[in-house]
Design a protein around this ligand. Structure first.
Ligand code: ZN
Length: 138
């Protein structure tokens, strides 16, 4: 399955937890693993706090300080910082599914990370359903 996103800024973190859960709901998977994969070289995915919007804002501030937009980069397309940030954050996340729900901590959400927007983007969602019985609730 694939999510389509429209981003609105050069750098931006978008909470996609609800969309991913809706795809899991539609899949009927009860137990297993969900993979969230971003098929781009200038966008990424991460799991972090989605309760306080200051957290993604601070993460973007630090990433922008670590990887400045202006530097003697060699890549002619002019978006090397976006490639570097993508490599730092990563292209995929795995999330456990139990009882049909993504297993995330109280403060965790899944964020699509735009580093060279605004653009139209895709996020691939794949799952592996477990054939084993769910872990016992002991
Ligand atoms: Zn490039």
């Amino acid at each position: 399955m694939q999510l389509s996103l429209k981003t609105h800024s050069q750098t931006e973190m978008i909470d996609i937890t609800g969309e991913v859960q809706r795809l899991i709901d539609a899949s009927g998977v009860r137990e297993g693993i969900c993979m969230v994969y971003v098929p781009h070289t200038t966008a990424a995915v991460t799991i972090n706090e989605n309760a306080d919007p200051s957290v993604p804002a601070d993460m973007l501030m630090v990433l922008n300080q670590m990887v400045p937009w202006k530097a003697p980069y060699r890549h002619l397309e002019g978006n090397s910082p976006a490639h570097v940030k993508t490599a730092l954050i990563g292209s995929s996340e795995l999330v456990q599914v139990e009882g049909g729900r993504l297993v995330l901590g109280t403060w965790q959400g899944i964020f699509f990370c735009e580093f060279d927007g605004p653009r139209s983007r895709k996020v691939n969602i794949t799952w592996m359903a477990s054939t084993l019985p769910p872990p016992s609730q002991s």
